[in-house]
Design a protein around this ligand. Sequence first.
Ligand code: NAD
Length: 283
Amino acid sequence: MGIRNVGIVGAGTMGSGIAQVCAAAGFRVTLLDVSAEAVSKGVETVSRNLERLVVKEKLAAGDKATILERVSPTTSNGDLAASDLVIEAATENETLKQRILRDIDAIVSPTAIIATNTSSISVTRLAAVTGRAPQFIGMHFFNPVPVMALVELIRGLQTSDETLATARGFVEALGKTAVVARNSPGFAVNRILCPMINEAIFALHEGLASAEEIDAGMMLGCNHPIGPLALADLIGLDTMLSVMEVFYDGFKDPKYRPAPLLKEMVDAGFLGRKSGRGFFNYA
Ligand code: NAD
């Protein structure tokens, strides 16, 4: 099927980034969040990111306006009705996602594809709450979305070949590269990445080295472009904790237990960049 209209549910870190790359690639975007405040925060993020490109002379001011015009903010599910593809990018919580996906399924046309940007939750299980499991897929973008070249496509057990092919074509139309992974907690990339970040938090908690030293060690010693603790702050510590909990529950293996310091940081409301404080300060 051809995709022209894209609905995005959740206008946070990921939803706003996905909205930006979709609109920049010429798709019409309906961006939905729970409150007018949350959705306008998402649109402001898109506007700010585009303005940065204008200042760097990577984008014409007129193109910024054209891209922004393609994004329609809303708080009403009904506005998703004309979407050919809806990408769910709401908070990493399975019960919440199930409720959202049931609502979307009831609203969009029977031919539309529904995708989830979940970092870790079973795509097979999320697909099963919709009445269109063959047209359901994991479409896992990376943060920051406008910068990162990869989209991991996750096949649930029910995902059809046609849905996978359409999703791959869509990812390529965004100028990104798709890798396909089988459904399993954390899929392929986060299965490797998140335990590494969790281990860095254990190392910090055990006093092996300071946050600065751990990050410098991984950047200079392993050639990582960003240290694991700064990356955790970028991902969001609440999201990191949810991902590790999904691994721990899914594999029943203690090697995936979330670092106690990660839990404590979330309890304190230190969520990383989005709250102004995580392992580093962003005030
Ligand atoms: P976020 O907290 O920045 O944004 C989540 C947004 O969802 C918020 O604006 C919230 O108001 C909104 N929301 C909550 N309930 C909603 C509802 N019922 N309807 C509409 N919107 C609702 O989180 P995020 O980092 O953008 O993560 C979103 C999803 O993307 C999660 O599943 C996460 O695991 C996944 N993800 C995150 C990253 C990352 O690095 N942050 C990377 C890849 C995937």
